[in-house]
Ligand binder design. Structure first.
Ligand SMILES: Nc1nc2c(c(=O)[nH]1)N[C@H]1C(S)=C(S)[C@@H](COP(=O)(O)O)O[C@H]1N2
Ligand SMILES: [Mo]
Length: 426
């Protein structure tokens, strides 16, 4: 249908338009059921348009570029009733509007406990203290003179999909799965700084502390800190955004977002965890038997179909692209399966783009849609062989009291008109 050299195609469009058979157009593969589509298309091809007639904006208009005004729906969104104040709250990445694997910096979801700290990097200090030979204080300039690395990682809040434990609630993958972002970080391995300070033999845990008004802090096992943790000052090639912890944040690959302390001001070495609020009252999972599971650090394999989804319904019959994201905190995503019939039949999706360790992958299924009802699901299989479970499988082990660590399979119901809803198959 997109072959403009095909006179036959154009003729058929003209016929449908002239006869006013917009509805009938829907029956033909690839012809959108939009009244007036035919005439409009032709004018757009044959007439000179305003953007051809007049000069465009000069290079002096946007010293820092912004998206096209036609993309104004591509924004982070919050759910006001979820939290009492906007300073201790969350907004969500518009996953259904994005493609590839990199989240644009301005669309990365935000989760703050005390708002966004405004810190002049010249005034920022990082202290390493506790069980070390030599307590040290670093300026940002000091940190930027140390050997640095570039890595692409996902950050998922453990509360992502947390509203879904007791059944489907939020109608859109932005809200059910949008507490994730995936960017390239530039920073210094924490090990480099710890080596400089010299860890004492009994240093088994670190406490990371933020400089924001919440002073958020978490305990981190020393093995992880020495393995792959980075203190990042840049994301996607430029300085961190204020929302993401400017000028310095901890990057804890594959582990729950809460550990990724932003506006990082202090790393204290100790011999046991600190039992902070964020690892006791929060980010622990209340199980069915009344006990709580604590220190669930790793984010298990998970996936979601981003298109179609409730905010991005199917609009055309015939050729369509199903698209989604998959990730695992335990390694790489090896395979993604997609079902169009609620899990009866599965097909292997096509992963396209780079596959990095502890990064999201982008997957696609190119399919034909004839207006039949679909129940779309995806499941990720990671490099350890772990298969993403159904929500019911998770509930059997975890009960329904949990908030955090819900990596169950998501179902979207596509109705015959293309409208798409968040449902669960009982
Ligand atoms: N200092 C500080 N660090 C923080 C937080 C915070 O409120 N203050 N929120 C944490 C939580 S719960 C998450 S999920 C991630 C969110 O990171 P983001 O805002 O870049 O999405 O940051 C973590 N680091
Ligand atoms: Mo979080």
């Amino acid at each position: 249908m997109t072959d403009l050299t095909s006179g036959k195609t154009l003729n058929r469009r003209r016929f449908l338009g002239a006869a006013g058979l917009a509805g009938a157009g829907a029956a033909l593969s690839g012809v959108p059921a939009i009244a007036g589509e035919t005439a409009k298309s032709e004018a757009l091809i044959t007439d000179v348009q305003d953007w051809q007639r007049y000069l465009g904006e000069g290079v002096d208009k946007h010293p820092y570029g912004v998206p096209s005004k036609f993309e104004k729906n591509v924004i982070r969104r919050d759910v006001p009733w979820l939290t009492a104040s906007a300073e201790s709250s969350v907004n969500f990445t518009p996953l259904h509007e994005l493609d590839g694997i990199i989240t644009p910096s301005g669309l990365c979801f935000e989760r703050h406990h005390g708002g966004v700290a405004e810190i002049n990097p010249a005034d920022h200090r990082l202290m390493i203290n506790g069980l070390v030979d030599k307590p040290l204080v670093f300026t940002m300039d000091d940190i930027k003179r140390m050997p640095r690395v570039n890595k692409v990682y996902f950050l998922e809040c453990a509360a992502n999909s947390g509203m879904e434990w007791r059944g489907s609630q939020l109608n859109g993958c932005q809200f059910t799965h949008g507490m994730i972002h995936n960017v390239m970080y530039t920073g210094v391995p924490l090990k480099v700084l710890l080596d400089e300070a010299g860890l004492k033999p009994n240093a088994k845990w670190l406490m990371l502390e933020g400089a924001d008004s919440s002073g958020m802090n978490r305990s981190l096992p020393i093995e992880k800190a020495l393995n792959d943790v980075i203190l990042a000052f840049a994301m996607n090639g430029e300085a961190l955004r204020p929302e993401q912890g400017y000028p310095l944040r901890a990057v804890i690959p594959g582990w729950e977002g809460n550990l990724w302390v932003k506006w990082l001001r202090r790393v204290e070495a100790g011999d046991q965890p600190w039992q902070t609020r964020e690892e006791t009252s929060k980010y622990t999972d209340l199980l069915a038997n009344g006990t709580s599971r604590k220190h669930t650090f790793v984010m298990d394999a998970k996936s979601v179909v981003t298109n179609p989804s409730p905010q991005a319904p199917l609009k055309h019959k015939g050729r369509n692209v199903l698209s989604g994201l998959a990730w695992s905190g335990r390694g790489t995503v090896k395979r993604v399966d997609v079902s169009l019939d609620g899990g009866r039949n599965w097909q292997t999706a096509r992963i396209d783009g780079p596959v990095f360790d502890k990064s999201v992958v982008r997957f696609y299924v190119d399919f034909e849609w004839n207006g039949q009802e679909l129940m779309i699901q995806s499941r990720a299989i990671d490099s350890t062989g772990y298969v993403q479970p159904s929500k019911d499988e998770l509930r059997k082990v975890r009960g329904v009291n949990s908030i955090y660590h819900n990596n169950g399979i998501q179902t979207w119901l596509v109705r015959s008109g293309g409208e798409t809803e968040n449902v669960e198959i009982g």
